[in-house]
Design a protein around this ligand. Structure first.
Ligand code: ATP
Ligand code: MG
Length: 428
């Protein structure tokens, strides 16, 4: 019979890997809370047009990576390739950003039909912040502060470098674009296929080419920084001053452009050299015209997103957080009194809310059940046999300590289990 396998590029995340995921997700939630950002959740499916219009028709994502399809009603839909478009759509739809400032965060799976390789999957997870209604560079700085603290908490500071750039206003970019096209046209024959196509459609994206053969041509291109409008220049300088004041190290990379069209002014990336070709762990920037472009009231915005698989891999490579064993506190053995055991486990769980207890299910003599208890990693084997039922007691065997077994009343057992469970909390 045919065995089903996961879709190419889509990963199962198995129990053994969960410690890292939970650690990362909890850290992100905590930090978002520390910075007073509110969570928002929006669907994985949206209208195809939402992404085409915002991300840009001539981008990798829209041209070749979108999971788009027509549903049974004939509606054109797409699995979200990123979070910002859906977040802005939802924020406008529910009036969250009308005439007010708003700080939001999201986390969830994104979908892109790319060639799967290390750090590049077809389903991957992103966490992102989005802030609305702030036009000054202070919020740009806040995003960087958030990320700096995040890397600290994850122990990754030493492996990541911050790169920043400014894309200027649309008008400044249009002027620069002309110069860039003029320059690149001289090398037209040497441009790779993608770049030749982009030369007329989206020339700035050529600067972002990952093809080593293009490196030399790109290195000689006119510098975007030198073509910024005064307002963007001032914004960028203030942004840099804020970073300097906070002692944050960064590199200005004038060739840093983003693969999505909605960005202007500040853009940034955190990169590492440790993950092979997929070195960008986090990317973001300002999108001051996106809200208006989606039919909202003109509201400036800025955000970033982090590729969680890449962060997990960095945590893994450097063993920055090591997993603590999470063993059950007890394993309840039932000797011919299943119903009583059921009632006991209900009672214990009610009395000790953070108790981790396995109740033996299925058949098995004492020896078999005891073996299972030992294998489960539980600290205590709790034995409920005929004598115990009659006397309303439980026999406790210490599986990890050299202590004689004890027979306890149910109340004494609750006290013992509560102690175990609270000790564990202290250790965390
Ligand atoms: P790249 O240059 O790596 O293709 P991108 O510019 O397409 O990245 P963004 O759209 O800015 O990426 O996404 C933000 C982050 O999400 C990336 O920096 C990366 O960490 C992560 N990411 C993007 N695409 C993938 C993918 N296919 N698999 C895993 N992570 C991804
Ligand atoms: Mg990409």
């Amino acid at each position: 019979m045919k065995k089903f396998q996961a879709i190419r590029g889509m990963n199962d995340i198995l129990p053994d890997e969960m410690f890292h995921w939970h650690f990362l997700e909890n850290t992100l939630r905590e930090l978002a809370n520390n910075f007073a950002y509110d969570e928002i959740r929006f669907p994985v499916l949206e209208s195809l047009g939402l992404f085409c219009r915002t991300i840009g028709e001539v981008t990798d994502i829209v041209e070749k990576e979108m999971y788009a399809f027509v549903d049974r009603n004939g509606d054109e839909l797409a699995l979200r390739p990123e979070g910002t478009a859906g977040c802005v759509r939802a924020a406008i739809e529910h009036g969250l950003i009308y005439n007010q400032t708003r700080r939001l965060w999201y986390m969830g799976p994104m979908y892109r039909h790319e060639r799967p390789q290390r750090g590049r999957y077809r389903q991957f997870y992103q966490f992102g912040l989005e802030a609305f209604g702030f036009s000054g560079p202070d919020i740009d700085g806040e995003m960087i502060l958030f990320l700096t603290q995040l890397w600290q908490r994850l122990g990754l500071t030493d492996y990541l470098e911050l790169q920043i750039n400014s894309l200027g206003t649309a008008a400044a970019r249009a002027l620069y674009r002309e110069k860039l096209v003029a320059y690149l046209s001289d090398y037209k024959d040497q441009l790779d296929e993608d770049s030749q196509r982009r030369l007329t459609m989206n020339p700035l994206r050529i600067l972002d080419s990952k093809n080593p053969a293009m490196e030399k041509i790109i290195a000689g291109a006119p510098n975007l920084m030198e073509h910024l409008d005064d307002e963007s220049k001032e914004h960028f300088e203030k942004f840099c001053q804020l970073l300097n004041a906070a002692n944050i190290t960064y590199t200005i990379n004038p060739r840093l452009v983003r693969g999505l069209d909605y960005y202007g002014k500040t853009v940034f990336e955190w990169v590492t050299t440790e993950l092979g070709a997929q070195g960008t762990v986090c990317a973001g920037g300002r999108y001051d015209s996106l809200v208006e472009q989606l039919g909202g009231h003109g509201t400036p915005g800025i955000g970033f997103s982090i590729g969680l698989e890449r962060v997990i891999e960095l945590m893994d490579v450097h063993k920055t957080v090591t997993s603590q064993p999470t063993n059950p506190h007890g394993y309840l053995l039932l000797m011919g009194c299943q119903a009583k055991g059921f009632a006991l486990s209900k009672f214990l769980r009610e009395q000790v809310p953070n108790l981790c207890l396995i109740t033996h299910c299925g058949s098995g003599n004492f020896k078999k059940q005891f073996k299972k208890a030992d294998k489960s990693g539980a600290q205590l084997a709790l034995i409920l046999g005929d004598d115990e039922v009659e006397n309303q007691t439980v026999t406790v065997k210490f599986l990890r300590e050299d202590k004689p077994q004890e027979t306890l009343s149910q109340t004494q057992l609750v006290t013992l289990l509560a102690q175990l469970a609270s000790q564990e909390e202290l250790n965390l």
